[in-house]
Design a binder for this molecule. Sequence first.
Ligand SMILES: [Zn+2]
Length: 329
Amino acid sequence: MIQARYREFLQRITKESGLQENDIDKRIKQKQAALGGLITLEGAALIVASELGIKFDMQKVKVGELMTGMRNIDVLGKVVRVYPVRKYKQRNGEEGKIGSFLVADETGSVRIVLWDTNHISLIEENKIKENDVFLIKKADVRGTDIKELHLGGKSAIERSEDKIEKTKITFALSSSRISDLKENDRTAVRATIVQTFPISFYPSCPECKKRLAESDDKYYCTTHGEIKPKFLPVFGFYIDDGSANIRAVCFFESLKKLLNIEEEQLLALKEDSKSSDELRDSLLGQEFMFEGRTRRNALFNRLEFVINSASNLDIDKITEELSKEVGLS
Ligand SMILES: [Zn+2]
């Protein structure tokens, strides 16, 4: 079944590109490998098609096949949640609006982000409601860890008579309210950083990353014995989504993403508290989609959210990219 679908894609790309089927097949497999084998062959085929500028008419993609970089694709989805329209200040000082809702099909769920005022008015006029089915046309996939479908002026939202009986809400794409979080939940929350604490560094084992014990200026790993430590950062802060707030904690990898800096730069903060404080101040008031899990901090007997990844919902940046694409700037 899956093979048949891949063959169909392969033949289509071959026909439309005029290239050899072997070469296309190879290129798709290389693409799949380059992406760490994390996507299906069909998913890789869709990316190669889009790289070759091939527009599938049937470029109707299942939500579970969405890959960052895909453009002008169509997705049929059932509305699972509609979010309030948000206002934001553009760089030029004018007020902008952004609308969003979550759709799902039987393979997954994805957030639809609306930038066009005509589309946003559909939400404002209550014309997009839960359980409605829409064909989203000519949308672009954005986001790294958490994929989103962005709609600009060229895109369309058409009501569909098609039925979607089963929907699958994918972990990474469904966000929880902080007030609903329970111990050991793995989920995503969309929230704003409201308070930060100084970034601190702890001695870790360069071999196994475990926290080291210190004694007489020497450091010991329970597995590797006495060892020269690598100091790794830990950053605590509070996030708030309007329902509640929770203490969040970021370690090395997730902190790189949160601060959007390189490893060396991050490690250098250990000796540079001025930059460190400036960086954490700059995070205040910023909104992110945080993916992670909740754990009980036994010492303080409180629930904490340990972050695996953070995607900045930097509206200015996305707007800028979008306007470039449509030639506005
Ligand atoms: Zn070790």
